[in-house]
Design a protein around this ligand. Structure first.
Ligand code: 2AM
Ligand code: CA
Length: 273
C-alpha cells in the first residue's frame, strides 16, 4: 500500500470516529482567547491519526495543531501536517462545516493532500501529478476570473482591524461579493472547485492550509502569502489562494502597494509564534 492509499483510508476512518464521538458529550475548552476553542474531539482525532501513522511509519514526522511537532524544522523525510478539526467553531456551534485536513510532504516537497468534509461525506484528495478528486470524481482545472466577477472568501472579523480594513475594503468593494465559511480548509477547497475565485486571510497556520493547498495546486490554483512568497509548512503566514488571473490581480493592484501593512503583519506573526 502506498502512503497515499494509507492516508486516504486513515482520514476516512478518523471521520467515522468523529461522527461517533459527536453523539456523546463534546467537552469544550478555550485556548489562547475565549473564542479560540478546542474540544475532546480535536484532541482524540489528532491522537488517532498520530498513533496510526507512527504504528505504520515510525520514521515519519507529524506536525499537528493540537501539539505535535510545533518546533520541527527538518525538511528531510516524510512529514504529515494535520488539522484534526478545521473549523472548530463550526464544529461546536453548527455540528457541520468542518473538515479533517492532512498534507503529506516528502523531503520538503508536496506529496499528497486530503480534506475530508466529514458531515457531507466528501473526501477531496490529490496525489501530486495525478489530479485532484472529489470522492471518485476527477476535478477539472479551475477557470480564471477577474476580481469584479469573483466571489471571495474573507472573514468579516478582519475588517474590524484598522490597517487590514484599509487593505481589504477595496477588494470587498470591487469583488462580486464576499463569503465566510469558517473553515480555511473548506474555503481553499471552494477555490479548487470554482465556488470561490479566491480566499484571503491575514493569518493561517500550516495545518489549516497544507492539505487544501496541495489539492488547489493540482487543479491549477495558486497559493502564496500576501507578498507573493511561497508558503512554508513550518511558519504561520498571511494567505491568498486563488485562480491564476485573480491571484495576479490581487497581488498587483491590492497587496503590492500595501507592502508596509503586510510586512508589519508578517512580523507580528513571527513574534507570536
Ligand atoms: P481552526 O478551526 O482549525 O482553529 C476560521 O476562519 C479559520 O481560521 C479556521 O480554519 C480556523 O482553524 C482558522 N483560525 C482560527 N483562528 C486562527 C488563528 N488564530 N490563527 C490562524 N488560523 C486560525
Ligand atoms: Ca483545528
Amino acid at each position: 500500500m502506498t502512503v497515499y492509499e494509507f492516508a486516504k483510508g486513515l482520514i476516512l476512518e478518523a471521520g467515522i470516529n468523529v461522527k461517533k464521538i459527536m453523539k456523546q458529550d463534546i467537552e469544550i475548552e478555550t485556548k489562547s482567547n475565549p473564542n479560540d476553542l478546542v474540544t475532546n474531539v480535536d484532541k482524540a482525532t489528532e491522537k488517532y491519526i498520530f498513533d496510526n501513522v507512527m504504528q505504520t511509519y515510525p520514521e515519519h514526522l507529524v506536525i499537528g495543531e493540537e501539539g505535535h511537532g510545533h518546533n520541527l524544522k527538518d525538511e528531510s523525510g516524510v512529514v504529515w501536517v494535520i488539522d484534526p478539526i478545521d473549523g472548530t467553531l463550526n464544529f461546536v456551534h453548527q455540528k457541520e462545516n468542518f473538515a479533517i485536513s492532512i498534507g503529506v510532504f516528502n523531503d520538503g516537497k508536496p506529496y499528497a493532500g486530503f480534506v475530508f468534509d466529514v458531515m457531507n461525506d466528501v473526501l477531496y484528495h490529490a496525489k501530486v501529478g495525478e489530479g485532484a478528486y472529489e470522492n471518485g470524481n476527477l476535478l477539472p482545472c479551475i477557470e480564471s476570473s477577474p476580481l469584479n466577477t469573483s466571489v471571495i472568501g474573507l472573514n468579516p472579523n478582519w475588517l474590524t482591524k484598522p490597517r487590514l480594513e484599509e487593505m481589504f475594503k477595496p477588494i470587498v468593494e470591487e469583488s462580486r461579493s464576499v463569503r465566510a465559511y469558517g473553515s480555511a480548509a473548506l474555503e481553499i477547497i471552494c477555490v479548487a472547485t470554482g465556488k470561490l475565485g479566491g480566499y484571503i486571510t491575514p493569518r493561517l497556520q500550516p495545518w489549516d492550509f497544507a492539505g487544501g493547498l496541495i489539492i488547489l495546486q493540482e487543479v491549477g490554483g495558486i497559493g502564496t502569502d500576501l507578498m507573493g512568497n511561497a508558503l512554508s509548512i513550518y511558519e504561520p503566514s498571511s494567505i491568498v489562494m486563488a485562480n491564476p488571473q485573480l491571484h495576479a490581480e490581487l497581488l498587483e493592484f491590492h497587496f503590492q502597494k500595501n507592502n508596509e501593512i503586510i510586512e508589519a503583519l508578517q512580523q507580528r506573526l513571527k513574534n507570536n509564534k
